[in-house]
Ligand binder design. Structure first.
Ligand SMILES: *Cc1c(COP(=O)(O)O)cnc(C)c1O
Length: 346
């Protein structure tokens, strides 16, 4: 193995060594009896989202598979948090990084990628991203990270401090240490794959519930067992929901799926801010709405239990959108009916 590869692996491991684990918050919801809800706060990673874990895993995967040298250009199809996190790791090991993204991507994201010396390659439509990334990799002799294909296999799902192992360790001293359910949404599907595999491997009595927003085919692909479904529309909840069933999405480790209206997701992050004083991205709203629906069922059955879900990224990234009432009214509609439902909890 080249010195450059071993030195790069050391740098990435050192970044992890310097990091603290992410916090597991216990929510205090006055009218929710018998059921405890926990939120694992992935916004505190150095690059601000759970994609920090994915980017680290994808770089380790590529390095250990012998795909990278000290001159390889890294390419990814992403207009979101994956590009930010990958730019961070590319800079760390001294490789150029190019994110392929739609021309319409917000300037704020382009700036975040540029902060880590990453460059952007623009295409006209989101559906052109994958093809353009493959082509760019061929032209530059670069390496296409391909998050939607490799997310599920790049993560060490049996352990090695993956998110699942961390959740079960952090729950150890809680009243109900083995969660009744873990609720997660899907973008690449990589996180739900890791959670589902780990639950099975450890033999835990926990169900994996995957929540899906509007304009996404994961739910229909799952219920109809059709991996070839596609739609034209694109998800309005950043980070989750896809127009095709991505390769990384692993339906067979999921126990149950639920659909969540986009307005419910957004109402939930505003309600969460009133509860804990923190802003979260809209995918966290999707997760927490799903967790609350399950909690309500368990409460009616008088079943004592815990439910764990994820705070995927901070809402400070979305001040112009999900936290701007005019934007919400214009792009999504009226959240009041969902806010009224949530306000029954506290
Ligand atoms: C990627 C992402 C998700 C979904 O995680 P996957 O492991 O890709 O399924 C959820 N929320 C946000 C903000 C994300 O960036």
């Amino acid at each position: 193995m080249s010195n450059w590869i071993s030195e790069s692996l050391r740098k990435i491991e050192a970044d992890s060594q310097r990091s603290a684990d992410t916090h597991l918050f216990k929510l205090s919801i006055p009218r929710l009896k018998h059921v405890d809800i926990y939120l694992k706060d992935e916004s505190t990673h150095p690059t601000g989202s759970l994609k920090h874990r994915l980017a680290r895993s994808l770089f380790l995967y590529a390095l250990c598979n012998g795909k990278l040298t000290d001159t390889t250009t890294i390419i990814e199809a992403s207009s979101g948090s994956t590009a930010v996190s990958e730019a961070y790791f590319a800079q760390m090991i001294g490789l150029p990084f190019i994110a392929v993204m739609p021309r319409s991507t917000a300037q704020r994201k382009i700036d975040e990628i540029a902060l880590y010396s990453g460059k952007c390659h623009f295409v006209d439509k989101a559906t052109d991203m994958h093809g353009a990334a493959v082509k760019l990799a061929a032209e530059t002799g670069g390496y296409f990270m391909d998050q939607f294909k490799y997310a599920e296999r790049a993560t060490d799902w049996r352990g090695n401090n993956n998110i699942a192992e961390s959740i079960f360790a952090q729950m150890k001293l809680e009243p109900h240490p083995i969660p009744h359910s873990i609720v997660m949404s899907a973008g690449t599907g990589g996180t739900s794959a890791t959670l589902g595999r780990y639950i099975r491997y450890q033999g835990h009595d926990t169900q994996l519930v995957v929540v899906d927003p509007e304009n996404s085919v994961f739910y229909d692909g799952y219920t109809r067992k059709d991996p070839d479904l596609t739609i034209q529309a694109s998800s309005r909840i950043e980070g989750i929901g896809r127009p095709r069933v991505e390769k990384s999405f692993q339906p067979d480790v999921i126990d149950k799926m639920m659909q969540v209206p986009d307005l419910a997701s957004v109402a939930t992050i505003h309600w969460l801010e009133r509860l804990i004083g923190r802003k979260a991205g809209a995918s966290t709203g999707t997760n927490l709405w799903g967790a609350l629906q399950l909690a309500e069922q368990l409460m009616r059955q008088k079943q004592d239990a815990s439910i764990v879900t994820l705070l995927c990224d901070s809402g400070t990234r979305y001040l112009d959108t999900y936290y701007n009432p005019d934007w919400v009214a214009e792009n999504l509609g009226d959240i009041t009916p969902y806010s009224d439902q949530l306000n029954r909890w506290c």
